[in-house]
Design a protein around this ligand. Structure first.
Ligand code: HAM
Length: 415
């Protein structure tokens, strides 16, 4: 019978990759914990309206990329394309952010129907973090410094560039939006097709068009910075001062607007030189309007999400080798002492010693082959009267040693 393939753009993660994935999550959990982020576990499916209202109906994500379906109750549901909207929904539903400062992190699969290529998938994993209740840029600098620390721990800091911009308040953006539309209308015919379409729906996204003609037209377009008031400018200036003082280097990118509608003031992306066109590893910003947009009381918010596959790709390319943990010892068995060997393996594992146990029987020779394949350094057999015999598989001249349990732990613990 024909085997069934996975869905295009939705991949299995196995072996050393899976091991690395889990280690990354553990490292991130530990680091974010030091910054008082609490883990939030969110559903993968939400009502479609959450995303169209939260992310914006005219964004690529909502317009073209969502996995939306009607369930058996005729309700329109979607696989989450990102985590922020769901996080805000959960916070409102559970009363977690009412008049208080809270910091959450989450991780898990997200779904976008994009054209798959290296670093871009239809199911991909994000780690995200959201902070509620802080209006000032200090929290932005602190969060960016946490991310800089993560890159440093993974030894990829030299491959990542922080790009930042401010897009001001909604009102300031409205004024700018109109100025931009007026200017671009004068060059309408020369715009690329996507930008023509976006002119009425989402003109700010034209700023990061990849088309060279459109980019040339944008050279003389009005600048968003010119429409910002004193409050927005000083917020952003403070952030850049903090980053300078923290020695976190960044590039000001006035064209950075991000692909989701909820942002205001600070937006940022960490991009890499190692991933070709899928260069953004992490993105985020401030979104002071989203909580109210989703029905809550106005609450300031700031957050980011990073793509785990992209992070793994660049960490590996930068030289980090993801290795699966091999057992230190392989325990061989025969039918007469099976229970004693299982009990010994359990005792060793209780002492944090990583061992493999021969299951499935087999001759001495067959078991030895499996021991070698397991890459364990030692082999253990039980002699009569349950004496423990240890053999060094890396040194065939070393004699077999008969050890007490405590002696065994010492040898394996240092192995
Ligand atoms: P985003 O920029 O859409 O932001 O996604 C964040 C990251 O997810 C990207 O930088 C990228 O690494 C990864 N990513 C996105 N799409 C794909 C894909 N198709 N395949 C692989 N990786 C992908 C957000 O999602 C916002 N919720 C971030 C945020 C949180 N802003 C405030 N709080």
């Amino acid at each position: 019978m024909k085997t069934i393939q996975s869905v295009r753009g939705m991949n299995d993660i196995e072996g050393a990759e899976a091991f690395f994935f889990q280690r990354l999550i553990n490292l991130i959990e530990e680091l974010f914990g030091r910054y008082q982020f609490e883990l939030l576990i969110l559903p993968i499916v939400e009502k479609t309206e959450l995303f169209s209202r939260g992310i914006g109906g005219a964004t690529d994500i909502v317009e073209k990329e969502m996995y939306t379906f009607t369930d058996r109750n005729e309700e329109s549901l979607s696989l989450r394309p990102e985590g922020t909207a769901g996080c805000v929904r959960a916070c409102l539903e559970r009363g977690l952010i009412h008049n208080q400062i809270r910091k959450f992190w989450y991780y898990g699969p997200m779904f976008r129907h994009e054209r798959p290529q290296k670093g871009r998938y239809r199911q991909f994993y994000q780690v995200g973090a959201e902070i509620f209740g802080i209006p000032t840029p200090d929290v932005e600098a602190e969060t960016l410094s946490m991310l800089a620390k993560l890159w440093e721990l993974l030894r990829i800091q030299n491959h990542l560039t922080l790009e930042i911009n401010t897009i001001g308040t909604l009102e300031e953006r409205k004024i700018y939006r109109q100025k931009l539309i007026n200017y671009l209308k004068g060059h309408f015919e020369a715009l690329d097709e996507d930008s023509k379409r976006r002119l009425e729906t989402n003109p700010l996204r034209i700023l990061d068009s990849k088309d060279s003609n459109t980019q040339a037209i944008l050279e003389n377009a009005p600048k968003l910075m010119e429409c910002l008031g004193e409050g927005s400018r000083s917020h952003f200036e403070k952030l850049t001062c903090y980053l300078d003082a923290l020695k976190i280097s960044y590039r000001l990118n006035p064209k950075l607007v991000r692909g989701l509608d909820y942002y205001c003031h600070t937006v940022f992306e960490w991009t890499t030189d190692l991933l070709g066109s899928q260069a953004t590893v992490c993105g985020g910003g401030r979104y002071d309007g989203l909580v109210a947009e989703l029905g809550g009381q106005a609450t300031q918010a700031f957050g980011f999400a990073l793509g785990l596959e992209r992070l793994m790709l660049i960490t590996e390319q930068a030289g980090f080798k993801a290795e699966r943990k091999t057992p230190i010892a392989y325990l061989m068995t025969d039918e007469t002492n099976l229970a004693a060997v299982i009990a010994l393996a359990m005792q060793l594992r209780d002492n944090d010693i990583h061992v493999a146990l021969n299951c499935g029987g087999g001759s001495f020779k067959a078991q030895l082959k499996r021991a070698e394949k397991s890459e364990a350094r030692f082999r253990i057999t039980l002699k009569e009267a349950n004496e423990i015999a240890l053999t060094d598989l890396n040194n065939h001249h070393a004699p077999e040693q008969i050890l007490s349990f405590n002696e065994l732990i010492k040898v394996l613990g240092y192995g």
